[in-house]
Design a protein around this ligand. Structure first.
Ligand code: P6P
Length: 354
């Protein structure tokens, strides 16, 4: 069969099967320089970590000691699942002998982990939540990993990685892995948002959706309404609005990555606000909110704390938390409008009393 006769579909599918993550990064950067090669290699290592974790998850119910708790507590004061600890170690292992990453900062580690053989040549830092939504692990529901890559600034002599305490615009790459019916890796290096699906028969992540864009408005609102009475009045005002207006539907899985992926795909808004007791919220800035905000802005959406663009927030510490409102532009703006209205009313009430 000559090339002319070869069906286009076959050629297309062959080329598609060859659009792996590392190749896509180089295509995006349209360069083969050292920095492009570094980024391509970094993404390839993250893909390897995702494959190892996905493999473990797919048979965790059959592997002695894979599920359940370690008995330990992490820096967040949360009980650590065996899968959390396993995934955390996987990310460390895949970057050893890589020459790429000198430091790793994780939800599961109080301080950054250094890989001495990679320092100081490795000028990149991986910031990650190895397993997000681990409450879903033991019941076989979707969970994820979230990652962010920053360049090291300065020599970090004191080993506190204080150069990481900068706003989200300092991220050079960000993404997540969704361990669902299929394992997907969604990433951005600042040139759009792209998704890859793991083909177990190839052992490769293959391009499945390029330049993902979120609609300016969507029907979904995603939040834990069980916290209703813990929220500020402004957030309760928003909930009352969507309850009373047609066209909204609630979806909430208890795992950020799955909820975020649904919003990115269908439009709408995910909200994890501060509460009266914890105004700073639950989600961690450096390895949950900021990477997802980077992706969301690349996809044409928005991310906010309610009063500030999320990517502008400067963390005070590695594990700083923020409120998170993220999704379609119009839906994020609607939530912010209720916050602004209440703030204006409070200000006017204060003035009238003075
Ligand atoms: P709640 C999981 O523990 C997590 O960090 C996110 O994945 C998720 O969005 C959130 O917490 C769920 O918190 O309070 O609704 O159970």
């Amino acid at each position: 069969m000559t090339d002319i006769d070869r069906p286009l579909v076959e050629e297309h599918s062959l080329d598609r099967d060859c659009t792996t993550l590392s190749r896509h990064v180089l295509q995006q950067l349209q360069s083969f320089n050292a920095e492009a090669q570094d980024l391509s290699a970094l993404m390839n290592r993250i893909a390897l970590a995702a494959k190892i974790i996905s493999r473990r998850l797919s048979r965790a119910g059959l592997v002695e000691g894979a599920l359940g708790f370690t008995g330990g507590m992490n820096v967040q004061g949360e009980s650590v699942k065996k899968m959390d600890a396993y995934a955390n170690d996987v990310f460390i292992s895949v970057f050893k002998q890589s020459g790429l990453v000198c430091r790793l900062a994780s939800e599961e580690m109080e301080k950054p982990y250094y890989i001495p053989e990679n320092c100081p040549i490795g000028r990149y830092t991986l910031i990650y939540d190895p397993i997000d939504g681990s409450s879903n692990v033991d019941i076989n529901l979707n969970i994820g990993s979230i990652f962010s890559i920053r360049k090291q600034e300065g020599d970090d002599i004191d080993g506190n990685a204080s150069d990481l305490l900068q706003n989200g615009h300092k991220q050079i790459a960000a993404g997540y892995v969704l361990y669902g019916p299929s394992t997907m890796l969604v990433y951005s290096i600042g040139t759009g948002v792209h998704s890859f699906t793991l083909d177990p028969s190839l052992g490769e992540f293959i391009l499945s959706n390029e330049n993902i864009k979120i609609p300016d408005h969507g029907p979904i609102y995603s939040m834990n309404e069980g916290n209703f009475w813990q929220w500020e009045e402004s957030i309760r005002d928003y909930i009352r609005y969507v309850h009373r207006h047609e066209g909204y539907t609630a979806r909430y899985s208890g795992a950020l990555v799955g909820d975020f992926h649904r919003i990115l795909s269908q439009g709408g808004v995910f909200i994890y606000p501060g509460t009266v007791k914890k105004p700073e919220g639950k989600l961690r800035l450096l390895y949950e909110s900021a990477p997802l905000a980077f992706l969301m802005e690349q996809a044409g959406g928005r991310a906010s704390t309610g009063t500030q663009d999320l990517l502008e927030v400067v963390p005070e510490a590695l594990h700083t938390r923020t409120p998170l409102i993220i999704g379609s532009k119009e839906d994020v703006a609607l939530v912010e409008s209720f916050i602004q209205d209440r703030a204006r009313e409070s200000k006017e009430a204060l003035i009238s009393r003075s």
